[in-house]
Design a binder for this molecule. Structure first.
Ligand code: NAD
Length: 482
């Protein structure tokens, strides 16, 4: 299809009311494509189309749904290099990360193709004679989806695939910064044979298109991934008044990585540098608080700085780049603001934090590591969402655990140790949804649940078979056969 890339409403590609140039953060002169923005009225049309398509789609056979999702998976995997390149061009993560995320999207569609055939109910004997009780799962209805910019292909995929697999219809609004990957996924599913109106794409701004989806009476459920402040607004709009929609929120993190004296230093440095800085630190699961025990602290900081000196920060598409640019000017301003705040609060900049010039104009920032920090500093409490991490020195495991849990967030948490005792205790007592032992806090499998606790998440988990908790509703049916 020729640019500008259009919205999909009721099975038709339609113009919007304005055009959004999708800019490459590695080279701001490179326009990845022009994507239309939908009007509020078009968002309403998309919801009406999803509502009209629901009765037939919700009664489609598992085989029909399996075939469409499997076909989509096959095409995504066959086009992984091209789609991975598109991802890296619009978001700025390296080509290897872009292709890796695309493969994950393909695997997610394959997993949920299988889920179409696996959705089981239960049958119990009643406590009353002659009565049988069936528990079955039914689709929820029209699901509204609002997604962030940092996983442009994986997050739309891990929402769209289960929604369709379990018989729901969809209206999705991707992040305005990265519409390209969502457009590609929707195009693939449309051509794979989805009936009209089952999947609708309305690109545009959250405050316009997003707001319509949140408030519309015909949207039965909302799944949102993004920041905590937006998540709070989403919750108020989706549940406020008489709306009471089914709601799932995946939000920010301030994820701790504990490094104990008995850790393998090489492993700990790799886990910390990868978890904190890869994907430009723009992962909700990034380890931004490194909580390090006294005995290994100095060696660990020195080795991290050495490792950071070897990182190549450059154009995401260049071979040899380890870390691409920050996604845009406003995120870069935010990262620099927190670097300044950390310095003002008395933290010591052990390495990085400088703006970098490269061949092309882009948002290049050297990853920053702070030491001499406390857990009460803003750098320890607020999500930066950039390549910025700080080290907090602790005396003992108990102190490390207490600091790890002393946060309003609870997405992921990690520990580097060779002690089975501490690893086991940490797994049991960490107040996060995902725990990593000797592994980066970021980097998860696609077939198991994903999500957090406390301020990071609300509602049922995403991904794996657990996704059915959100995308289905349970019906209990009693039969007296005489
Ligand atoms: P954001 O909250 O700014 O935007 C997320 C989405 O919400 C976008 O599509 C945006 O257009 C939309 N939006 C904004 N205001 C809206 C409104 N008033 N009504 C409806 N929709 C609105 O987040 P972002 O900057 O795109 O993404 C970064 C954030 O996402 C970080 O906080 C990160 O931790 C979080 N995140 C969380 C997870 C997770 O699974 N927990 C995964 C990835 C990213």
């Amino acid at each position: 299809m020729n640019a500008p890339f259009k919205n999909l409403i009721a099975g038709e590609w339609v113009e919007g009311n304005s055009v959004n140039p999708n800019i490459n953060p590695s080279n701001t002169k490179d326009v990845v494509g022009e994507y239309v923005r939908a009007s509020k009225a078009q968002a309403e049309e998309a919801i009406a189309a999803a509502k009209a398509a629901f009765p037939a789609w919700s009664r489609s056979t598992p085989q029909e749904r399996y075939e469409i999702l499997k076909k989509a998976s096959d095409e995504i995997l066959a086009r992984k290099d091209e789609l991975g390149r598109l991802l890296s061009r619009e978001e700025g993560k390296t080509l290897a990360e872009g292709v890796g995320e695309t493969v994950r999207a393909g695997q997610i569609f394959a997993f949920f193709a299988g889920e179409c055939l696996r959705l089981a109910g239960e049958k119990l004997a009643s406590v009353r004679p002659g009565v049988e009780v069936d528990m079955t799962r039914e689709p929820v209805g029209v699901v509204g989806m609002i997604t962030p910019w940092n996983f442009p292909i994986a997050i739309p995929s891990w929402k769209i695939a289960p929604a369709l697999a379990y018989g729901n219809t969809v209206v999705i609004k991707p992040a305005d910064l990265v519409p390209g990957c969502s457009w590609a996924i929707v195009d693939i599913l449309h051509r794979a044979g989805l009936p009209k109106g089952v999947l609708n794409l309305v690109m545009g701004r959250g405050s316009e298109v997003g707001q319509v989806i949140l408030e519309h009476k015909d949207v039965d459920a909302i799944t949102f991934t993004g920041s905590v402040p937006t998540g709070r607004k989403v919750a108020a709009a989706a549940i406020g008044g008489s709306r009471m929609k089914k709601l799932q929120l995946e939000m920010g993190g301030k994820n701790p990585l504990v490094v104990l004296d008995d850790a393998d230093l090489k492993v700990a440095v790799e886990v910390a540098v990868n978890g904190a800085f890869f994907s430009t630190g723009q992962r909700c699961t990034a380890s931004s608080r490194l909580i390090v025990q006294d005995g290994i602290h100095d060696k660990f900081v020195e080795a991290c700085v050495e490792r950071m000196k070897g990182l190549v920060i450059d154009d995401a598409l260049k071979a040899g780049t380890h870390i691409g640019p920050v996604v845009d000017q406003s995120q870069l301003d935010n990262d620099l603001k927190y670097i300044a705040i950390a310095k003002e609060e008395g933290a010591r900049l052990a390495f990085g934090g400088e703006l970098l010039n490269r061949e092309t104009p882009g948002f290049y920032l050297q990853p920053a590591l702070f030491t001499e920090t406390t857990n009460s500093m803003r750098i320890s409490r607020e999500e930066v969402f950039g390549p910025v991490a700080n080290v907090i020195r602790v005396k003992s495991y108990d102190e490390a655990l207490a600091i790890a849990n002393d946060t309003e967030f609870g997405l992921s948490a990690g520990i580097c140790t060779s002690s089975l005792k501490y690893a086991t205790h940490f797994k049991r007592n960490s107040e996060a949804g995902m725990i990593m032992v000797n592994l980066p806090t970021a980097g998860v499998d696609y077939h198991v649940p994903f999500g957090g606790r406390k301020g990071s998440s609300y509602g049922p988990r995403e991904q794996g078979a657990y996704a059915r908790e959100f995308y289905t509703t349970v019906k209990t049916a009693y039969t007296f056969a005489g």
